[in-house]
Design a protein around this ligand. Sequence first.
Ligand code: TRP
Length: 452
Amino acid sequence: MDMPHTPTRSHWSNRLAFILAAAGSAVGLGNIWKFPYITGVNGGGTFVLIYLMCIAAVGVPIFLAELFIGQRSQRNVVESFEVMDRPGTPWRLPGWLGLASAFLILSFYSVVGGWVLDFEYRSLMNQFAGHSDEEIKAVLGSLFASPGRQLFWHALFMGAVVSIVMRGLNAGIERWNKILMPALFVLLALLLVRALFLPGFGRALEFLFAPNAEALKPAGILEAVGHSFFTLSLGMGALITYGSYLQSREELVRTAFTVALLDTLIALVAGVIIFSVVFSFDLDAGAGPTLMFQTLPMLFTKMTGGYFISVAFFLLVSFAALTSAVSLLEVIVTYWVETHRKSRTVTTLVAGGVIYGLGILSALSTNLLSGVKLGDKTFFDLVDKLTSSVFLPVGGMLISLFFGWVLGPKAAEAVAGKGKYAHVAALGLMWSARLVAPLAVAVVLVHGLRDW
Ligand code: TRP
């Protein structure tokens, strides 16, 4: 089944570089911004429990399936299915869906990345110090009200993503991941220790970990499933693409578990920190997308060394966002360069420009276009919900079915390797991919959409 490498294809320099890039893709705004806010909106405990179950039962198997498809085919999201099955196979569909998801997700992701850059700038200028909690809460509102400011930061963020992807894998993505991801982990640990001494710490733990089934609706369950895809970068071929830069014999299982564990840990730690602030200062846990931006600066202004911590924090979050955004754009660029034999530079610039344009609609959703709604959702809400709650679960389900039924036992055995329990692991993986994961997603999708 080993395929010859295409001449344009680069590979990770070593195993660590790959793990860091996969972690860089997984750990991003999804962990630090999105997880706490959707947990707050969905009432805490039970939502978190379902999310954790999804990571373990659905996320890890699909993570492995994607890496395997990429690694074996050595191709982009669309062609990988053809290489593994046959030219023109209908299984290209998840590939196309993945490309669409990449465009849509990156368009609003870059806008939120822009908010982080704006907050980094304000931190640098020391604009939070000496302000009341009410004034700090109002800062994001003033950014929302300004189309110019939002478009400026959105442009800067997208420009950074484009300049990294343009340079290609080894010189761009690999190098920075190695330095800045570990720095983010250290800083979060530090903030966790500080949160421990806040009066709201106990209530934060209770909110996150005590089940409260009444608070959760079917749409919330769908959101938990969808977020487990979002946070692990699953369901749209980001990991097919990254897997395709692996040499064919590299082991996958340990990588998948390491990344899933790291990703989950970071989301939970971010949640504990943010809700400790929420309950200490009597804020609204269900505030929505504004949550992180309104809570953390309050904490920073009350800490010794708050200026530096604030500057470091928003810098590292923008970096986490950047490494995730890079993986989204890489899916599109790799496809276009490989299939249409176009230059990487031109492709990256054009795709980046198109995504920037699409993102303008999200940036204007909090001001000029705030009245334009479908149901109760602005363009921003719609793109966010549609991709997480529909496109990624559907894409993930198709990839899972492809792995389980088309590639079948041989693929599962190849992933499981030769260890003592490899046989059992292979069976578990195959049936999870054939039945458990697709069925879980299908049931939740049907119920969740009805109540959407
Ligand atoms: N996982 C990233 C986060 O949590 C976002 C992301 C990067 C992503 N690549 C993706 C989400 C691919 C879905 C699909 O912030």
